[in-house]
Design a protein around this ligand. Structure first.
Ligand code: FAD
Length: 467
């Protein structure tokens, strides 16, 4: 696909739509929009900061007419390269579209603009006794539309689902400029093809989300939490499988940190415990029930012979443990100049095999001298984040990293019937594995859907499923 350059005339049209101060063209400011949390980099030609769906519509009509690429962006925390404008063009910074519009505690819904930050929404919802459960570790920064576009999830997805399970309706501006509302404000609706679910996880390739209607979830009364440290990765994974496949209650969290991540995260959080493979187990609900569930889960984990086990003493201790878990990536980032966080899922019964094979990647690469491999994540739903720590500035190390990705996905995850992304999306970094995961016929349908929404292929080109 050939795109046209952004000319001074187009910049002046953009200024007419959003106002002079909401158009950025200085290279040093454009650079801020050239990266996410991956190693890819490309600056846009211009950044536009719209406030309303109507402004987004005008911008997209202009871009569609002139065949200029447009990339929507929330907070730019993506771990897939999805908000990087690899073809240049316009970045739409949606952060000014950031109002919580209505919390409806009778119908159990909330209506927000796209750029509302996840933690700020949860702070507001907590005042009403509710929460929005998907809880990515990037929640202090990431936006609701970024979460919708990536179908983000977090510690509690096993029990409460991913972002997709909480979205009722969306206001979306199509690449051709039409504004549509998908879904319904009602809790149930099955009237025709589900455009809401199609938009969720579409990585900014099918439309620009301007408003989101979410379901509300009541805050649980109590959390009961424990953690265990195991000598081997297999023991930790087996404990997780035991809890998931034996208990009739679904834990709220069942999180994992490998030895490298445990060391880094405990050090980061100032926690002093033996170092090994860590599992954090948490149940929520009525106090008696949550404590009884934890007791049952505790006994199951003990069967895999942890070298350390402890129940969280109080809310402060629990917060300390969860803070260490949430800080896994920043903690690993202190080990080497570059951290690349991957995102794979397998069925829970395949966790011990997958987790062990992942631990062996640096040795298979002969890279132990210059590469650390963290691994952590939501082991309770089979989702792990192997994290390569190296130095992207050294070409040889970059090459080894990409070989490590191939081992991870082509030799370990796909042969086990897993998926190359549980919650971070395809973006740039995992695009090469889609054909193998889905097969030619399915990918052809995905490309057809993209073409239907975006005939001139202007929206977030070169990414993921749509090509
Ligand atoms: C430290 C760290 C921890 C993380 N932890 C987690 C985790 O636990 N779970 C998890 O799921 N992810 C995690 N991530 C990945 C990332 O933070 C999430 O995917 C997040 O939801 C992205 O939100 P964002 O606002 O930063 O979106 P961006 O990074 O700006 O964009 C992400 C995608 O959404 C699209 N997009 C953004 N806004 C719109 C819009 N208005 N309309 C249409 N498309 C749009 C973009 O084009 C892009 O394709 C983590 C990242 C970091 C750096």
């Amino acid at each position: 696909m050939k795109y046209n350059p952004v000319t001074p005339k187009i910049i002046s049209e953009l200024e007419n739509i959003v106002g002079l101060k909401n158009v950025i063209t200085r290279p040093e400011e454009l650079y801020v929009y050239s990266r996410d949390s991956t190693i890819f980099e490309h600056s846009p030609d211009v950044v536009v900061i719209p406030k309303t769906a109507e402004q987004v519509s005008e911008i997209l009509k202009l871009a569609n007419r002139e065949k200029i690429p447009v990339v929507p962006r929330g907070a730019g925390t993506s771990a897939s390269g999805s908000p990087i404008p690899i073809m240049g063009g316009i970045v739409l910074d949606m952060s000014r579209n950031d109002k919580i519009l209505e919390i409806d505690s009778h119908n159990l819904t909330v209506e927000v603009e796209s750029g509302v930050v996840c933690d700020l929404l949860n702070e507001e919802l907590a005042k009403h006794g509710f929460f929005f459960p998907p809880d990515p570790a990037s929640s202090p920064a990431c936006t609701i539309a970024g979460m919708v576009a990536n179908n983000s999830a977090g510690n509690m997805a096993m029990k409460y689902g991913t972002t997709r399970d909480h979205v009722l309706w969306l206001e979306v501006v199509l690449p051709t400029g039409e504004i549509i509302q998908t879904g319904s404000t009602t809790i149930k609706s099955v009237s025709q093809f589900d455009l809401t679910r199609l938009m969720v996880g579409s990585e900014g390739q099918l439309g620009v989300i301007t408003k989101v209607g979410l379901k509300l979830t009541p805050l649980p009364e109590h959390h009961a939490t424990a953690f265990f440290i195991f000598k081997t990765v297999e023991d930790a994974a087996k404990a997780a499988v035991r809890v998931r496949s034996t208990m009739t209650t679904i834990p709220c969290m069942l999180e994992f940190l490998n030895e490298t991540t445990t060391r880094a995260a405990f050090d980061y959080a100032g926690l002093e415990y033996p170092v090994g493979y860590t599992i954090i187990l948490d149940f929520d609900g009525a106090k008696d029930t949550a404590e009884a569930d934890l007791e049952a889960g505790f006994k199951l984990c003990e069967k895999e012979n942890p070298i350390y086990k402890e129940k969280a003493k109080d809310a402060a201790h629990r917060t300390q443990l969860l803070t260490a878990r949430k800080a896994a990536l920043p903690a690993l980032a202190r080990l080497r100049p570059t951290t690349c966080m991957e995102d794979c899922t397998v069925q829970i019964t395949k966790l011990p095999q997958a987790a062990k094979a992942i631990e062996e990647i640096p040795a298979r690469l002969g890279a132990e001298d210059f590469m650390d491999l963290g691994n952590f994540g939501h082991i309770g739903d089979g989702n792990m984040h192997p994290t390569f720590c190296f130095d992207e500035r050294i070409e040889e190390q970059r090459d080894v990293f990409f070989k490590g990705m191939d081992i991870l996905y082509e030799d370990i995850i796909l042969p086990l019937g897993g998926s190359v992304t549980g919650e971070h999306g395809i973006g740039l970094i995992r695009a090469k594995y889609i054909d193998r995961e889905h097969g030619d016929a399915s990918v052809k349908i995905m490309r057809g859907i993209k073409k239907l929404f975006d005939p001139n292929m202007i929206l977030n080109p070169g990414k993921g499923k749509g090509g």
